[in-house]
Write a protein that binds this ligand. Sequence first.
Ligand SMILES: [Zn+2]
Length: 91
Amino acid sequence: MTQKTEFEIEVNETVAYSSRSDRFESFCPVCKCMSEMATVQIAAVLTQKTERDIYRMVEVDAIHFIETDRVLVCLNSLPGYQRPATQQEEI
Ligand SMILES: [Zn+2]
């Protein structure tokens, strides 16, 4: 008689980000102004998408990005991203 044992493994990943270290002000060549940029990982967290979704949008030019030693995404162009209510823009 064979015995079958099932294991269930739950994996939780917590991504903590600090608005200071993972978001940058940089010049966006499409917006043609200084814009808030974030790493792909942070952009994924902010929009509740996967990193793969963000890379896919980068590849089809659906969102603005700059490429340095890593890819930075322009938050202005990110669908589904809303700025925190406490952050107000001066016009
Ligand atoms: Zn932009």
